[in-house]
Design a binder for this molecule. Structure first.
Ligand SMILES: *[C@@H]1O[C@H](CO)[C@@H](O)[C@H](O)[C@H]1NC(C)=O
Ligand SMILES: *[C@@H]1O[C@H](CO)[C@@H](O)[C@H](O)[C@H]1NC(C)=O
Ligand SMILES: *[C@@H]1O[C@H](CO)[C@@H](O)[C@H](O)[C@H]1NC(C)=O
Ligand SMILES: *[C@@H]1O[C@H](CO)[C@@H](O)[C@H](O)[C@H]1NC(C)=O
Length: 182
């Protein structure tokens, strides 16, 4: 009787291990906005001079508390009202995976900073989503806000791009904290 139980237990453990490995263990990779890999920033910012490291930035209007910020860093940029194509703010990441989750800090302030959000998301240069939120005047920030999630991407290498601002759109801010892919 005891031997039979041991047999079934062993069988169950092998069964679980088999399924976990056959499922190609889905691993979450978190890429911080400031992550450097072999001397190169994992996330590419374009135009780089328009994106600032937000923590300690003296020229930035947004000064959220770092308590709830991943790795205490974020990238800050603003698209100007009536901006042109060259004014669109791009943050790009090449990843190998089947899901992506993009997290920003969201400001609701109407003034200093003007917390208007207007982002468009691309996978492999196709528009796949957007996030737009006009501030309600609340001076606080929201942290770890998933501005774009997609868990139905064909497994493999893809390029992701967050575009801040839109042609014909008004002034908008991006406070990018981190990106997770699976
Ligand atoms: C950002 O990407 C858009 C295409 O979505 C392009 O038109 C624009 O020139 C890019 N801007 C910069 C500064 O790289
Ligand atoms: C944006 O462009 C429109 C149309 O040309 C103009 O009426 C408006 O004043 C401009 N806004 C700003 C803030 O420059
Ligand atoms: C992408 O990840 C899969 C699963 O880990 C791996 O088999 C494949 O070789 C990777 N592709 C590239 C180009 O790194
Ligand atoms: C997820 O990405 C794929 C492209 O890989 C796209 O076809 C699909 O519409 C996206 N889904 C969502 C919910 O954004």
């Amino acid at each position: 009787m005891l031997l039979q139980q041991v047999f079934w237990l062993t069988y169950l453990v092998y069964f679980c291990v088999f399924f976990l490995s056959a499922g190609g263990a889905r691993v979450n990779v978190t890429v911080d906005d400031a992550e450097i890999d072999n001397g190169v920033s994992r996330i590419t910012y374009s135009d780089p001079t328009t994106w600032k490291e937000g923590n300690g930035c003296t020229s930035c209007a947004a000064h959220p508390s770092t308590d709830n910020v991943f790795d205490k860093t974020w990238h800050d940029t603003s698209f100007p009202t009536n901006g042109t194509y060259g004014d669109l703010r791009n943050a790009s990441l090449v990843f190998n995976g089947s899901a992506i989750y993009v997290y920003c800090i969201i400001s609701h302030s109407l003034d200093n900073p003007f917390g208007n959000s207007d982002m468009t998301f691309y996978i492999d240069d196709e528009v796949v989503g957007n996030y737009a939120l006009y501030p309600n005047g609340d001076p606080t920030y929201d942290f770890n806000v998933p501005v774009y999630t997609n868990d139905s991407i064909s497994p493999g290498v893809h390029s992701f791009r967050l575009q801040g601002g839109s042609i014909g759109g008004q002034w908008s801010i991006v406070l990018l904290d981190y990106i997770v892919y699976t």
